[in-house]
Design a protein around this ligand. Structure first.
Ligand code: IPE
Ligand code: IPE
Ligand code: MG
Ligand code: MG
Ligand code: MG
Length: 370
């Protein structure tokens, strides 16, 4: 799973853990273990450590590292369960939902499949599943909602790449839909994925309760429309010719990118019938990771690797677009993204180990290289 979250992460140590590892490590959260590991590394690097102490520190660090790796492996296993498939992997649910009919519409379905299957980080379905897991929602339900929000996202990418918008040739390491097919087919493939997202949500297979289904439809409509993604895309085009200030760019990004991320997180709680006031911490988490995600996208546009990203970079500066990076500079932007991740994780303080995957995703959104 080459483009999967965490794929690029390495803790630089691969030996087996020391058997004398303290039993208390098993009870540590990922953050606590990483925090202690960093303290140990700093202490060892200081040079002011006796031989006995450095041996003890090394053994403790070894055990902490093994604990962190086990946590990451567990998180990765859960990511693979998400089942929509990452780059190069079979995507069983999309394969079924986008089965190609034997009639003249086949080309339309092929175009949708080209865009939706084989590639992408699947961040939004992962968020739906991770949030729904907090409340023990049946994975079949969260996967369907994940497929719906991914379809909406993929539609936005197809249209975003069109010659009349960003005019891009490469997406998810493949030719964009209008390049592989043609402009008209790309428009229709986007239109169809947009409609299918709602069709899948309103299907009783998504949830037995029609009130839950209608709330999902309403929230996705808000997140995708002029008060959400499409509105943000309009502002993004205006950002090429206007001198937007930081609050305006922040609002732009909250709409363009944050709204669908927000829907993804909240949908997990909606599936569990958690009332709106009970979703507040998750909304705070989503707002912060949404902004951090877009700052990371803007940084990647400046200093990323096109081969890894699978899309054209260095587009924002060429277009003269106001982004977090042009307004803050790359160092401050990176610092802000880190603060937003800490803040996102702090919103989850009321949850225990069951929120480990959401915490790991928060870190991933800024550490990613694609
Ligand atoms: C790219 O989204 C477009 C933005 C909203 C910045 P992703 O970075 O999630 O793209 P995929 O889904 O992995 O292709
Ligand atoms: C696209 O933003 C966001 C949406 C499709 C809603 P960008 O234009 O920055 O995304 P990339 O960089 O092409 O993925
Ligand atoms: Mg764009
Ligand atoms: Mg673009
Ligand atoms: Mg971008």
């Amino acid at each position: 799973m080459t483009a999967a979250p965490f794929a690029g992460q390495s803790w630089g140590m691969t030996d087996t853990p020391d058997t004398a590892a303290a039993a208390d490590i098993a009870a540590l959260s990922f953050e606590a273990a990483m925090g202690e590991l960093e303290t140990i590394v700093r202490r060892l690097e200081s040079g002011d450590v006796s031989l006995e102490e450095s041996v003890a520190l090394y053994e403790r660090g070894h055990a902490l590292r093994a604990h962190c790796e086990a946590r990451l492996a567990a998180a990765q296993a859960r990511i693979e369960q998400v089942g929509l498939g990452a780059a190069g992997q079979p995507a069983a649910l999309f394969d079924r939902l986008l089965a190609v009919p034997q009639d003249p519409r086949a080309r339309l379905y092929e175009a949708m499949r080209h865009a939706a299957i084989g590639g992408g980080k699947r961040l939004r379905p992962l968020l739906v599943c991770a949030a729904a897991d907090l409340f023990h929602v049946d994975r079949q339900l969260s996967l369907r909602v994940g497929a719906a929000v991914e379809a909406m996202h993929v539609y936005s990418l197809i249209h975003d790449d069109l010659p009349c918008m960003d005019d891009d040739d490469l997406r998810r390491g493949k030719p964009t839909v209008h390049k592989a097919f043609d402009d008209a087919t790309a428009v229709l493939a986007g239109d169809s994925l947009h409609a299918l997202a709602f069709e899948w949500l309103i299907d009783p297979a998504t949830h037995a309760d029609p009130f839950v289904r209608s709330e999902l439809v309403r929230e996705l409509a808000l997140a995708a429309g002029p008060a959400g993604m499409a509105g943000g895309q309009m502002m993004d085009l205006m950002a090429e010719t206007s001198n937007f200030d930081l609050p305006t760019v922040t609002r732009l990004q909250q709409l363009k990118t944050g709204a669908l991320i927000g829907f993804s997180v909240e949908a997990g709680a909606i599936l569990a019938r958690i009332p709106a006031e009970g979703r507040r911490p998750l909304r705070g988490y989503a707002r912060d990771i949404g902004l951090a995600f877009q700052i990371a996208d803007d940084i990647m546009d400046v200093e990323g690797d096109e081969a890894l990203a699978g899309k054209a970079l260095h587009k924002d500066a060429d277009a003269g677009k106001a982004t977090f990076v042009t307004l803050m500079g790359i160092d401050r932007a990176r610092e802000q993204a880190g603060l937003l991740v800490d803040q996102a994780i702090a919103h989850l303080a009321g949850f225990g180990e069951e929120a480990a995957l959401l915490r790991a995703i928060a870190r991933f959104v800024v550490e990613r290289d694609r």
